[in-house]
Design a protein around this ligand. Structure first.
Ligand code: AMP
Ligand code: ZN
Ligand code: FE
Ligand code: FE
Length: 286
């Protein structure tokens, strides 16, 4: 069997439901050679994941995912091979989580005005690190106020949600430059997930290359074969590499399995080896 990897996963350090150690244990059970933990706005899960990875002989790649705001909507940027002990990086991510907290407070206020008994304390207890709308939705469900789906469609979704508050976010160029400065391999996460206009996306990608973009996430559980093919070509045209991962979140997204990017579809280890080759050429550790 060809060895497999997963370069996009979330744990309880952000909005996943498995602890960082559990993510690595599941990766080991799924016979993955390597897994990247890419929590939103935090690297706080990495220490625990590293310990499990050492015990189980799974290669762990230190990552995170940052949401940015581009002209046509949000774009997610993945940093892979991040420094795990940089206080500068930790400080920056803490600032991002501070922005989240402010926004969460505003959403909680709106929900309270709508008559729901929800507090910031309860919300903060829902996660170990980067708290966001999925946690708020889960809390609403727990309290019997809405189903997870309704929580988003009626209250928290960007399209007319009664308690929606837009997230202050940096531009994709800034996020790419920043992660690149920390020596990360920077990949654009699930570029076709939100149906952005393709011409525009192609011009965005070209504009991000001089900022330090290294790769496109051509393989992702929510992108089909033809989308992947388009992305592989776009990457090639821009001299970029390819990354791939499931975007595993545990039981909140039960349709996504660790290590799978579709029924019977996996990310081969070649993807990792190619990214490493480029890092070595640049003198970066991996
Ligand atoms: P936040 O970072 O707090 O804005 O939350 C964004 C996350 O909420 C996304 O990564 C999704 O996992 C989740 N999300 C966004 N919209 C929906 C939706 N309509 N239904 C379920 N989850 C959603
Ligand atoms: Zn997430
Ligand atoms: Fe994402
Ligand atoms: Fe993700």
């Amino acid at each position: 069997m060809e060895r497999r990897i997963d370069l996009h996963t979330h744990s309880t350090a952000s909005d996943g439901t498995d602890s960082p150690a559990q993510v690595v244990e599941k990766a080991s059970r799924a016979s993955l050679a390597a897994v990247a933990l890419t929590d939103h706005d935090t690297i706080a899960g990495l220490a625990e994941a590293r310990e499990a990875a050492n015990d189980l002989g799974v290669e762990l790649i230190a990552g995170c995912e940052i949401s940015t705001r581009a002209d046509y909507g949000s774009m997610h940027v993945l940093g892979l091979w991040l420094p795990e002990n940089s206080s500068e990086l930790k400080g920056f991510l803490a600032k991002m989580r501070g922005i989240r907290e402010e926004r969460n407070r505003k959403m909680v206020d709106k929900l309270r005005k709508l008559g729901f008994d929800i507090s910031m304390e309860e919300l903060m207890a829902e996660a170990d690190g980067a708290v966001g709308r999925p946690h708020l939705a889960k809390l609403m469900e727990k309290k019997g106020y809405a189903t997870l789906h309704e929580a988003f469609t009626k209250y928290l979704g960007s399209k007319g949600g009664l308690a929606y508050v837009p997230k202050e976010a940096m531009r994709p160029e800034e996020a790419v430059r920043l992660l690149s400065r920390f020596g990360a391999t920077v990949s654009l996460a699930h570029p076709l997930l939100r149906d952005l206009p393709r011409d525009w996306l192609a011009s965005q990608v070209a504009a991000l290359v001089p900022c330090g973009l290294d790769a496109l996430e051509a393989w992702h559980s929510k992108q089909d074969e033809s989308q992947s093919e388009w992305l592989v070509n776009l990457a090639r045209a821009n001299g970029l590499g390819i990354s791939g991962g499931s975007d595993y979140h545990g039981s909140v997204k039960p349709d996504i399995q660790l290590g799978r990017i579709g029924p019977g579809k996996y990310v081969p280890i070649d993807v990792l080896n190619n990214l490493k080759k480029t890092r070595k050429q640049k003198g970066l550790p991996c």
